[in-house]
Design a protein around this ligand. Sequence first.
Ligand code: UDP
Length: 369
Amino acid sequence: MSGKWHLCVGAGFAGSVVARELAEAGHRCLVIDQRSHVGGNCHTQRDTETGVLEHVYGPHIFNTNDRSVWDYVCRFCVMRPYVNRVKADTSRGIFSFPINLHTINQFFGRKLNPTQAKEFIAAKGDRTIQQPKNFEEQALQMVGRELYETFLYGYTKKQWGCEPRELSADILKRLPVRFNYNDAYYDTTYQGIPDEGYTSMISKLLEHPNIEVKLQCAWQPTMASEFIKIFYTGTVDSFYGLCFGRLRYRTVYWNRAIYNGDYQGNAVINYPEIGPAHTRVHEHKHFAPWESHEKTLVLTEFSKETGPEDDPYYPKRLPADLDIFEKYRTLSELNPKVTFLGRLATYRYLNMDAVIAQAIRVARDYLKR
Ligand code: UDP
């Protein structure tokens, strides 16, 4: 590589979008990834036995309120409309989830209208909590103890491996509570899944004469001198050799099974109580209702702490982690040659659309410099 190349470490959305922006502006970019495929954790591939498009690192449903991000991704794929509608399997029955008017009426055996339901749930909420300081307080204030214990407490404890009162209230803000029969999982305006999956889409994003991709190529600090600029999307603690300690992430893993026909009749069923060890079951063919397959691929999801060999997924962001992260962030500001972006490098619970928006912003700011 001559000194005129830029390097993007990681071929997920963050690194690939930066590379594309730079390439279109006439700069040459090498994108490296330690895995054998592009797409990062959005990677999809056809399962050979069933023909089903598998979201290899867990299902991703693209959704955003940002029209410009939607238009951006639609340049590289055919986006099929897809609305995620999740059910919750509990000891009291199967419910619509996230909590909506149907859930409330089913759960409490009522026939409330939106106004009545709002008053009913407000009366259940813990009014002694003024400013919720954590996930549990936020939930108790919003929906009261019964709904919290059935739908939120166990799932959160299983997913994050700690008590919900140790977690930030922001995590709960990802979930809507609705007083109508809208049972879509996301509140966003644009929702879909790429026709041929995310890996095909990201491959198209990377198809540019100014971009070169090298897979199974891990970042080495010695590479830095060969490039004029580095955009790093891996974990920030590993970039610095864990000098301030390891940042904690949760990881997920799956039991994989293949059946004939339709296993559960829906793409996602959550198991929010403590009883079952898993958090949810995904039936991947239902993420592509425009396809038809006789066999079905079913993945039962479990969570655990991320060990050195595991893929990090969810930044835990407990106070001790944020203290460590702040040290890495301060250190990173001393080296303008490297810019950190994406979920892992910024240690934030970012959705795909936020990662894309951030990558476009980072690249354009860099080009303006
Ligand atoms: N959550 C829950 N019950 C559920 C699903 C989610 O309590 O049935 C909580 C849990 O704490 C989770 C958070 O809501 O971490 C956000 O859920 P989301 O579905 O956004 O998580 P993701 O899709 O990113 O795994």
